[in-house]
Design a protein around this ligand. Structure first.
Ligand code: AMP
Length: 232
């Protein structure tokens, strides 16, 4: 299964990608996480990307493609992947398509998470994560069960993303509208785009995505089955 999760910052792509990864065993590839690791490691890519990320802009395509080339090798093609945060503009989408074409592969579905702009700002402003294990929380929507203690590892230190500050969020939303939203008609024209109501609670969104994936995969399985019967 090869999926792309599309939606503005705060739409819940990361949350859904992790749920999908746990359910189907298909790895999440978050370009934001990969870039943050490069920044933390002080690598060449990290040094080039850090300032752009802090300002809420898009990191140059060439760096993204270098980063992804390391992850989309043979195993990823075999196991599938859930792309979270890539592609983010048309040239990245075209590069991905030609990379897959050259390997006789294709994206199965592009899932758009639709969320109101006002909700995005609230969602991003309230989010934080455990510094030890990375579990994600939100001040009002998903606080830890015991205040100040991570549900998963009992850690007591929490962090916020640098680029979740209000002024940077505005730039990230603008980058989405100008550069990423044009991917919606691009994938619609390929008949790969499916939209989900991202305003629903995360568990409900996940159920909706599962039903969608079932509906997408069923005709394919039936086709494969009738082909097998013909060949008998
Ligand atoms: P995210 O965690 O997906 O919100 O990404 C955090 C930041 O990483 C973004 O605001 C961009 O600066 C950068 N980034 C992540 N993915 C991409 C991409 N596909 N193209 C360009 N920049 C990206």
């Amino acid at each position: 299964m090869k999926l792309i999760l599309l939606g503005p910052p705060g739409a819940g792509k990361g949350t859904q990608a992790k749920l999908l990864e746990a359910e189907f065993g298909v790895p999440q590839i978050s370009t934001g996480d990969l870039l943050r690791q490069e920044v933390a490691a002080g690598s060449e890519i990290g040094k080039a990307a850090g300032a752009v990320m802090a300002a809420g802009g898009l990191v140059p395509d060439e760096l993204l493609l270098r980063l992804l080339a390391r992850r989309l090798g043979g195993a990823a093609l075999r196991l599938g992947f859930i792309l979270d945060g890539f592609p983010r503009n048309l040239s990245q989408a075209r590069a991905l398509d030609s990379w897959l074409d050259a390997r006789d592969a294709q994206i199965d579905a592009v899932l758009e998470l639709k969320v109101d702009d006002a909700a995005l700002v609230d969602r991003i402003a309230g989010r934080f994560a455990c510094a030890a294990c990375g579990a994600g929380y939100h001040e009002t929507l998903k606080p830890p069960r015991a205040a100040g203690h991570c549900d998963r590892c009992a850690g007591t230190r929490f962090t916020r993303r640098e680029d979740d500050r209000a002024e940077v969020v505005a730039a990230r939303l603008a980058a989405y509208a100008a550069q990423t939203a044009p991917l919606l008609p691009y994938y619609r024209a390929q008949a790969r785009l499916f939209s989900v109501d991202g305003m629903a609670p995360p568990d409900q969104v996940f159920q909706d995505i599962r039903m969608l994936l079932d509906a997408i995969r069923r005709p394919r399985l039936e086709r494969a089955d009738s082909k097998a019967r013909l060949e008998v």
